[in-house]
Design a protein around this ligand. Structure first.
Ligand SMILES: Cc1cc2nc3c(=O)[nH]c(=O)nc-3n(C[C@H](O)[C@H](O)[C@H](O)COP(=O)(O)O)c2cc1C
Length: 193
């Protein structure tokens, strides 16, 4: 059972990427194999159907899609921009949703995926509105999202120098989110056996 971890921010000091790191550590402690994707390393043009028609999917899309197919779980942290998940994340998820040929079923890369979501923001809301929208998007992609989530408000004051959270309870909750995802994936795989 492998987990793909995606941050919707490529900002150097991204709060979301730092929060994601905690959940990734939790999943790894529980035994999961986790691949952390830095979207900075994927040259994804803004999705444009004419571009896709004439040029096909760029190599970076194929690579990201292959990664998606190889993993069963998704850990996603996304900034909230005006109440929505980041365009960077949405664009990546849109590209990966595209069929590469007529034989490929729609949403093939997302088939059977289970996700856990989180958000961090310097504001008090912690990005919770963005997660509501992200959940709708995941549902439309056929991805099941776990009911639990982490929203980290006042994120500019939340992290210690070592990357952990000052709030021990939240630190444990973020680690648990990663571990819980791995548990659910294991249960799912046992049922399928
Ligand atoms: C265009 C834009 C819109 C934003 N809208 C929101 C918002 O709706 N809610 C919120 O809590 N923060 C909002 N923010 C602030 C982000 O939460 C903040 O920039 C955060 O640091 C981004 O996440 P990151 O640290 O992972 O890069 C917005 C920022 C930008 C640039």
């Amino acid at each position: 059972m492998k987990i793909l971890a995606l941050s919707g921010s490529t900002r150097e000091e991204s709060f979301n990427s730092r929060l994601l790191d905690i959940a990734v550590a939790g999943a790894r402690s529980a035994g999961a194999e986790v691949t952390v994707v830095d979207l900075k390393n994927y040259d994804l043009p803004l999705f444009n159907q004419d571009f896709e028609y004439h040029e096909g999917a760029p190599e970076a899309v194929i690579q990201l899609k292959d990664l998606m197919i190889e993993h069963q779980g998704l850990l996603i942290a996304s900034p909230e921009y005006n109440g929505f998940p980041s365009p960077l994340l949405k664009n990546a998820l849109d590209w990966v949703s595209r069929q590469q040929n007529d034989h490929e079923p729609p949403m093939f890369a997302y088939k059977g995926k289970i996700a856990a979501v989180m958000a961090a923001s310097p504001g008090a809301g912690g990005g919770s509105r963005g997660l509501t929208v992200l959940r709708i998007l995941l549902q439309n992609l056929g991805v099941m999202a776990l009911p639990g989530q982490i929203t980290l408000g006042r994120a500019s004051q939340a992290f210690r120098e070592d990357g952990r959270l000052h709030d021990d309870q939240l630190q444990r909750a973020a680690e648990s989110l990663g571990a819980d995802l791995y548990d659910v994936l294991l249960q799912q795989s046992t049922k399928l056996d």
